[in-house]
Design a protein around this ligand. Structure first.
Ligand SMILES: Nc1ncnc2c1ncn2[C@@H]1O[C@H](COP(=O)(O)OP(=O)(O)O)[C@@H](O)[C@H]1O
Ligand SMILES: [Mg+2]
Length: 283
C-alpha cells in the first residue's frame, strides 16, 4: 500500500491537464493561524474527494477558495483550468441544510429556477425553457409532488433535495457540498448522497464533499483530504483512515475503529468541539 501524502512530501500527480481542481503549494492562513499549507492537489473529472476534519480546521474555507470567494494566502488554485471566480458558472454548490422560515415567499420550483435562469453562459433563457429545465430537475430529485409548495413548509430533507437540484442546474463540472447531510434523517442522508453520486455517474463531474462524518458517503469516496492540526493527509480511505496515519497527523494517539460497518475516530484531541451531539463524535 502506498503511504498517504503528507504536507512536506506531496508530489502532485503530473500530466493531469484536465484536472477540475488544481492546487499548487496552497496555503491558507488567518493572521498567525495557518489552516493548511503546502497543499498540492489535482482532482480529476469524475473523482469524488471527501474533505474531513473537525470543526475549525478549514473545510468550509477550502470550498470558499474553490468558489473564488476567498483568496489563498499563497500558492495557486485553478478550477476548470482558470481562476475559480471565472469557473463558477459550472460549479454547483450544496450548502448545509438550514430551514427556510415558514413564510418564505418562494415555491420549490422558484428555488431550483434560481440555479437555471441565466446562470449558465451568462445569458437569459426563454421562460418556457427555464420551466422545462426546472421540471426535469425537480423530477430527477423526486420533488415533482411538491414543486409548487412554499419552501418554508417542506421538511429539511425535501428542502435539501431542492438545493441539490439547484446545484445541478448549471450542468456542473464540479459539485461542492458543505456538510450537506447535516441534520437530515438517515433516509434523506442516503437520498441526497445518492443524488450527488448519480450526477457524477451521468455527467462525469468531480465531487468535493466536506463532512465531519464520512460514513454516509464512504462507498462513493475515491480519496480523502483530511485536515487537522494545521496540516493534512491525502489518500484513499484505506490509506488515510488508519490509526497510525491519523495519530501522526494529530500528534497524539487516536484510534480508527470500525464498528457495524461504521468508521469512528476515537481520541481526537479536538473532539470536544462535538460534545453537543453524540452522533458527531463519529467521523
Ligand atoms: N474570513 C475569515 N477571517 C478570519 N478567520 C476566519 C475566516 N474564515 C474562517 N476563519 C476561521 O478559520 C477557521 C476555519 O474555519 P472554517 O473553514 O469555517 O472551518 P470548518 O469548516 O472546518 O469548521 C475557523 O477558526 C474560523 O473562525
Ligand atoms: Mg464548515
Amino acid at each position: 500500500m502506498n503511504a498517504p501524502q503528507s504536507a512536506p512530501e506531496v508530489a502532485a500527480r503530473s500530466g493531469a491537464d484536465d484536472a477540475v481542481v488544481r492546487l499548487r503549494d496552497a496555503r491558507l492562513a488567518f493572521g498567525e493561524r495557518t489552516l493548511w499549507s503546502g497543499l498540492d492537489l489535482d482532482v480529476a473529472p469524475g473523482e469524488y474527494l471527501a474533505v474531513l476534519g473537525s470543526n475549525g480546521t478549514g473545510k468550509t474555507s477550502f470550498l470558499r477558495v474553490l468558489l473564488g470567494l476567498l483568496p489563498l494566502t499563497s500558492g495557486t488554485v485553478r478550477v476548470n483550468g482558470t481562476r475559480p471566480r471565472a469557473a463558477s458558472a459550472r460549479v454547483g454548490y450544496v450548502p448545509q441544510q438550514r430551514g427556510f422560515p415558514a413564510h418564505t415567499p418562494l415555491r420549490a420550483r422558484d428555488l431550483v429556477a434560481q440555479g437555471v435562469d441565466g446562470h449558465r453562459w451568462g445569458i437569459r433563457l426563454h421562460p418556457r425553457r427555464v420551466h422545462r429545465t426546472v421540471d426535469e430537475l425537480l423530477e430527477r430529485v423526486g420533488a415533482t409532488d411538491y414543486a409548487d409548495a412554499p419552501v418554508g413548509v417542506l421538511s429539511g430533507g425535501e428542502q435539501q433535495r431542492l438545493r441539490v437540484a439547484q446545484a445541478l442546474a448549471a450542468d456542473p463540472t464540479l459539485v461542492l457540498c458543505d456538510e450537506a447531510l447535516l441534520s437530515l434523517d438517515l433516509h434523506h442522508q442516503h437520498v441526497v448522497s445518492e443524488l450527488v453520486h448519480e450526477q457524477r455517474e451521468r455527467s462525469g463531474c468531480a465531487v468535493v464533499f466536506v463532512t465531519h462524518d464520512v460514513n454516509p458517503i464512504i462507498e462513493h469516496v475515491d480519496r480523502i483530504l483530511y485536515l487537522a492540526n494545521g496540516s493534512f493527509r491525502i489518500g484513499t480511505p484505506d490509506q488515510v483512515l488508519r490509526s497510525d496515519v491519523l495519530s501522526e497527523l494529530y500528534g497524539t494517539r487516536v484510534e480508527v475503529l470500525r464498528s457495524n460497518g461504521r468508521i469512528l475516530v476515537a481520541g481526537r484531541p479536538d473532539s470536544s468541539h462535538y460534545t453537543d451531539s453524540p452522533e458527531e463524535l463519529i467521523l
